[in-house]
Write a protein that binds this ligand. Structure first.
Ligand SMILES: Nc1ncnc2c1ncn2[C@@H]1O[C@H](COP(=O)(O)OP(=O)(O)O)[C@@H](O)[C@H]1O
Ligand SMILES: [Mg+2]
Length: 468
């Protein structure tokens, strides 16, 4: 697995010596443990199995007795619980590289790495998997040592680490979706987050399409923007001597609830939308250009924040454009969308650091979201968090079922379309989007939990009842 830090900073991870013996403890049911048994005490690689167990209860004693450098663990052992991964990867006496064995379906592997596992391999355990493990074991150990010598705070990457703990402890406010590259999923996540917070969680939400490279929110929702665009409002604002009143904003926003669900009987809407520009050259029109655009955006967000529970802003990638920069400044939180493409991570980090250091943006308002995550991309989430210097706020797996893109083509947001009933391949992506929403607004988890306990079956509610 490539390590980001190695590529860009000549890696400081102390490599395990090439001839150093590496002892492995395998905690897995017999059929998964057996292929590792070829790694006997005299295996030429120096990687050898010290013991096996199939009970989580035995692990602490085994670790004390055998002092393994690596623990390979399957969630199928007796007594497994996710915090076991966290405990092992923070073993107090010496570094332990925790390696997961995960079923290729679902988000098991991703969860394990966010809890502290260095890497995971998909089951079944074939001879090829064992060979790969042997090849990579030294790298895993080096990574574990690097983490272990760090202060604990660096290792606090959890499944939902940044979510406020108390259900009442959420903050409303303005959330900007941003990354430095097209295609990372800003629009997709902005639209789905806005829908989840409004239609599902019942908060009032204003969704603003502020992408100066051309707005696409209207297409995602399949609602024609007509006179309800950000350029119309920016022109009203300029004509009003750069002052914005709530009536001006209301006049330019549309209620989307009824369009999204014809069964909506609500009189008052919850999801309001200000659409984006429809041609790229509109982004350089006077009311949106440079300082003027920046000031407009700042005033818009400040006003909107007072009148809606959440303001979700879809941005374009270029921070030099007035409205984008204004939105980054005025937002309470920035959902900083990254994918596992290292070129995008590198550029994202540079830009993020410049925003914090040179433009004085608060570092802690950036929430690192990994979108389109796929373990096959061979990038480790812990490594990403370390490289970016930010904890992972949420992970949205790549939707291999193609339903995310299909929903754009159908003009019906993915999360709404599949909340009740979804094809199995879409489940982990849906769950990822929910974890973004829950990170921002924890009570949504309770809403869904309550629904789960009612009669709802087979839909996303089932997700929360699974073995997690
Ligand atoms: N988690 C995901 N899984 C699969 N496809 C995704 C996912 N998120 C976004 N996409 C797809 O990626 C493409 C780019 O997404 P988009 O939201 O338009 O990115 P951006 O706004 O950052 O340019 C779209 O085709 C979208 O359907
Ligand atoms: Mg976009």
């Amino acid at each position: 697995m490539l390590k980001l830090s190695k590529i860009f900073e000549n890696g400081k991870a102390p490599d395990a010596r090439p001839d150093e013996p590496i002892g492995v403890l395998v905690a897995a049911p017999p059929e998964l443990a057996r292929p590792f048994m070829d790694l006997g005490p005299n295996h030429p690689s120096g990687v050898h199995v010290l013991a096996t167990t199939r009970d989580a209860m035995d692990l602490p004693d085994d670790i004390r007795n055998f002092k393994p450098q690596v623990v390979v663990i399957s969630p199928e052992i007796r007594g497994y619980s996710p915090d076991l991964i966290t405990r092992l990867s923070k073993w107090p006496d010496f570094p332990v590289a925790v390696i997961g064995l995960a079923s290729p379906s679902g988000a098991w592997g991703v969860e394990m790495t966010t809890l502290g596992a260095i890497a995971f391999y998909s089951v079944p355990v074939t001879p090829g998997v064992v060979t790969q493990f042997v090849d990579e074991a030294r790298g895993h150990l080096a990574q574990a040592r690097l983490r272990w010598t760090r202060p604990l705070v660096d290792g606090e990457v959890g499944w939902r680490p940044a979510a406020p703990a108390a259900p009442a402890g959420y903050r409303t406010g303005a959330l900007a979706c941003w990354s430095t590259k097209g295609g990372d999923g800003k629009t997709t996540l902005a639209v789905n987050l806005a829908c989840l917070l409004s239609v599902v969680a019942g908060r009032t939400v204003l969704l603003i399409d502020a992408d100066m490279n051309c707005g696409r929110v209207a297409l995602h929702l399949d609602i024609p923007p007509t006179q309800n665009t950000i350029l119309h409002l920016a022109s009203d604002y300029q004509a009003n001597g750069n002052k914005l009143e709530i009536e001006m904003l209301r006049k330019r926003t549309l209620t989307a609830d009824a369009a999204l669900d014809s069964r909506t009987k609500q009189v008052e809407g919850r999801l309001f939308v200000l659409f984006g520009i429809v041609q790229i050259q509109q982004g350089s029109a006077g009311p949106l250009f440079g300082k003027q655009g920046q000031q407009f955006m700042t005033d818009l967000i400040r006003l909107a924040r007072e009148h809606y529970d959440f303001v979700v802003i879809d941005l374009g990638s270029n921070t030099q454009m007035g409205p984008h920069f204004g939105a980054l400044q005025a937002s309470d939180q920035v959902l900083f969308i990254n994918t596992s493409d290292r070129s995008s991570l590198y550029h994202n980090r540079q830009t993020y650091q410049a925003l914090v250091e040179k433009a004085d943006l608060r570092a802690d308002k950036f929430k690192l979201v990994m979108n389109r995550y796929d373990p096959d991309d061979r990038i480790d989430l812990k490594d990403v968090a370390e490289f970016m210097g930010l904890p992972v706020f949420a992970v949205v797996p790549e939707d291999r079922s193609r339903n995310v893109i299909a929903s754009v083509n159908q003009g019906r947001p993915f999360a709404l379309q599949y909340l009740q009933k979804h094809p199995p391949g879409a489940e982990s992506t849906l769950r990822g989007m929910l974890s973004v929403a829950e990170g921002v607004y924890p009570p949504i988890g309770k809403t869904l939990g309550d629904a789960r306990n009612s009669k709802a079956r087979g839909g996303v509610f089932g997700l929360f009842g699974g073995k997690r």
